[in-house]
Design a binder for this molecule. Structure first.
Ligand code: CDP
Ligand code: CDP
Length: 224
């Protein structure tokens, strides 16, 4: 039987991580884990409970009361916090613009990292995020670091928003993406950074199929 690998896909916002991670997981019949959704769910819960988004200790205590569940579904998996379906709510701008503050708190990272390591413990997993290759799964057999220009990433988000009826102008999206990139890569605990042994893939001029094919090529070399 083939070994079940751990595949870590990291990179900045809208580099295409979740789209290609899902496709790779489907091709390999692996579990897909969206760690960004976990940080988004924690942010949603903190706003719901009125916990200050920079209160490390209070957030840590809050998380002991947060049951987080992913339910497989098409086209996207559903996310539940304490039985409430938050799949759509965690993608709203209010969450997107606050998540980097919550994700910078050490107690939040410690709690969610532990959950992620548990989910990945049996292998057969594609996990995407910011610190998977560096911190969550440092021994992952495949590590990919996806990047694309800020303009291209803002354009991708713009097109995605158009389909959802969200009308944020392109230049505002560019500023938001740059601000989030900065916060994610300058925080003290496990900042967004390429693992030394990760393969860098610039997707600026690659479509989803091309990126998926590149990753599958790397996976095939690791499968025994
Ligand atoms: O989909 P998008 O690239 O907009 O972001 P996401 O993957 O949903 O992640 C949302 C936020 O969660 C990021 O901007 C980070 O602040 C945080 N995050 C993190 O700190 N570590 C991870 N492993 C995943 C996400
Ligand atoms: O997870 P992350 O924030 O890195 O990005 P995503 O949500 O997977 O992708 C953001 C948008 O870019 C989606 O609408 C994808 O369909 C699109 N995309 C693309 O146009 N070309 C790629 N090579 C990758 C993603």
């Amino acid at each position: 039987m083939r070994e079940k690998l751990q595949i870590a896909i990291d990179g900045p916002a809208s580099a295409g991580k979740s789209t290609v991670a899902k496709l790779v997981a489907k091709k390999l019949n692996y579990i897909y884990c969206d760690t960004g959704a976990m940080y988004r769910a924690a942010t949603w819960y903190a706003l719901q409970e009125g916990v200050a988004l920079d209160d490390d200790q209070a957030l840590g205590e809050m998380l002991t009361q947060m049951e987080l569940k992913f339910i497989p579904s098409d086209p996207e998996q559903l996310v539940f916090v304490n039985g409430v379906d938050v799949t759509k709510a965690i993608r709203l701008p209010e969450i997107t613009n606050n998540v980097s503050l919550v994700s910078a708190q050490p107690s939040v990272r410690a709690d969610l990292t532990k959950r992620q390591q548990q989910i990945a413990s049996n292998g057969g997993i594609v996990m995407d995020g910011r610190d998977i290759g560096t911190t969550v799964l440092p021994n992952a057999q495949v590590k990919i670091f996806l990047v694309a220009s800020v303009h291209e990433r803002a354009l991708r988000r713009f097109k995605e928003n158009q389909q959802k009826g969200i009308k944020t102008p392109l230049d505002v999206l560019e500023q938001e993406i740059e601000a989030r990139d900065y916060k994610d890569s300058h925080r003290k605990v496990s900042p967004l950074t390429q693992a030394k042994d990760a393969v860098l893939l610039d997707t600026t001029s690659l479509d989803i199929e091309q990126v998926t094919a590149e990753i599958m090529k790397i996976v095939k070399t690791e499968e025994k």
